[in-house]
Unconditional design. Sequence first.
Length: 473
Amino acid sequence: MTTRKVRTRIAPSPTGFLHLGTARTALYSWAYARHHGGEFVLRIEDTDVARSTQDSVDQILASVHWLGLDCDEGPIYQMQRLDRYRAVIDQMLAAGTAYYCYCTPEELTAMRDAQKERGEKTHYDGRWRPEPGKALPPVPADVPPVVRFRNPPEGDVSWDDLVKGRITINNREIDDLIIMRPATEGANNGCGVPTYNFAVVVDDWDMNISHVFRGDEHVNNTPWQINIFNALGAPLPLFGHVPVILGDDGQKLSKRRGAVSVTAYEENGYLPEAMLNYLARLGWSHGDEELFSREQLVQWFDGQHLSKSPAQWDPAKLAWVNAHYIKLTDDAKLAALMVTLFKRRGIDMAANESLNRMCALFKDRCATTVELADWLAMFFVDVNPSAEDLAANLTEAVKPAVQTLRGKLELAEWSKPAIAAAIKETLAAYGLKMPQLAHAVRVLVCGRAQTPSLDSVLELFARDKVIARLQGV
Ligand code: GLU
């Protein structure tokens, strides 16, 4: 355990939506910082200029906010720190821990091709790496150089991964990485652009990051980063590499296999509490607890009990967790969500007491808020009962009873007991069983044969609407 102040970060690249995997490591980083009374930093790794977009930055910030991961610092943008990276590069060049390399892309391709032909693993062969007594090639006039890190030639790089345990890589397996690319003419005030493995180290150093939780696709980058930290004399953070999330087909969760962004789940009617709970549990456990609040997560998340094996995305379990949180959500809060959801469908409505009661009546049977909106649609838009439902439920025997009920409802006090009484009287008058009449009325008024109890549902409609839908049958 380190004695440093706990400072964690997430560092998404703004080349798309916030991926579920990144959201999960963000969540772990955030919870770990909050657990220890530390700080959580948001950094935008936008050095891939060709692929980074403002739209993506906006989506990422919105998703982080939606999940409730409050940041103590940031967003900090790497592209606003180019001067700092340049200054560190200059220090490293002066110290001999970095050097210019003038290889052209063609030369590098030829180098790799030759290595492949010889059956070797492709690597930079160190032709511009300065060594005592070594004569470097003459500097070409027209090749803008990249800067490479002078990786230690031998010895091991090891770290105690917070998730995977001890990991050791021999330096002979690591080549001299490009850490800065030349400035494209006219861009970035002539500053070169750092590569990921270098910028991430300078940032984690400058931002005093004590713990790095990230996806295990970065395990192979960590030895380079550790070597750069060491070359800079910077304190090392602890690293925790979290295994990937697999789709239900056992393959890495990817766009082709369904929704992978936090935004998609928000749009599809999942609540942030449910996503937080489900994502946290996916790859971490606290005993047998499946349902826990944000506060419990913060209380329990101490970086232990992170799973070493990949987690499997389970839509059915997520739906179950979401249903749980929908049930727990206050009716007025759900009503406000409904206003937003219906607005997206082009329907304006007010969040009022009646909408609250509609939410209360249907929320127990919904896995998503979109499903809840689908239920509530019967109150706001015309219903279209299917011919099948009509034929099955609106039999000749039931039709006169429906009309009698309509007559009674026209006169009844508009309350649940009065509606219940009207239904009961009608059943008695025609010798019908409840389902016979109720199904027919539901199909006509609600557009479907199954709903919560008929009197509770009818009461939430305006009387005129019920009468109109029962008319002329
Ligand atoms: N920008 C990197 C990514 O999105 C960050 C990796 C890291 O956390 O170091 O994968």
